[in-house]
Design a protein around this ligand. Structure first.
Ligand code: SF4
Ligand code: SF4
Length: 175
């Protein structure tokens, strides 16, 4: 029985059965697309391949992608209070928060306050577990739905505060 099965699998490999099965699926879809186009259907409806990057795929609601450090939309000031919690909870140590004590005005008074100076996020080692955003007390650190993180150099994978506040630049391609 096992001998018969092994002869069958050898024959199937020799005759490229899997390859022809794959081609049959492709031809079946192409034939359907041609029929739909002939019958006046919208030609784009007959395309089964994802047309990325002209059409951006919808990612899941809970997708965790490019990091972003949100500012207060009213004042433009950083919402980050430099508490360092995100860096402490990160299991792979990819966040580095710089802070300094500065004198700030509070009405008539002046007081010392810890403020954010620098923020570094190494996207190359991040595993997008979401612990940092979950623990952020001001909800300013967010893992957005943007997924285009590829860059040409290793250095570009470490994002500084400016880049984190600006967010990822999404290129829009025309159809
Ligand atoms: S998503 Fe996870 S691995 Fe990435 S920075 Fe946040 S805590 Fe660290
Ligand atoms: S946990 Fe939030 S507020 Fe605290 S340092 Fe990180 S980003 Fe800033």
């Amino acid at each position: 029985m096992s001998e018969r099965r092994s002869i069958g699998s050898v024959l199937s490999r020799l005759l490229l059965v899997d390859l022809f099965k794959g081609l049959a699926v492709t031809l079946r879809y192409n034939a359907r697309a041609l029929v739909e186009a002939r019958d006046g259907a919208d030609p784009t409806q007959a395309i089964y391949t994802a047309q990325y990057p002209k059409e951006r795929p919808l990612v899941g609601e809970r997708w965790r992608g490019a990091p972003k450090l949100n500012n207060d939309p009213r004042t433009g000031e950083s919402l980050c209070i430099a508490c360092n919690i995100c860096a402490l909870v990160c299991p792979v140590d990819v966040i580095s928060v710089g802070q300094a004590n500065r004198e700030v005005r509070d009405g008539e008074k002046r007081k010392k306050k810890k403020v954010l100076t620098t923020f570094e996020f190494d996207t190359s080692r991040c595993m997008f577990c979401g612990l940092c955003q979950e623990q952020c007390p001001t909800l300013c650190l967010e893992l957005t739905q943007e997924f285009e993180l590829a860059v040409e150099s290793r250095a570009g994978l470490v994002w500084d505060r400016e880049m984190l506040e600006k967010g990822i630049h999404v290129v829009t391609y025309k159809k």
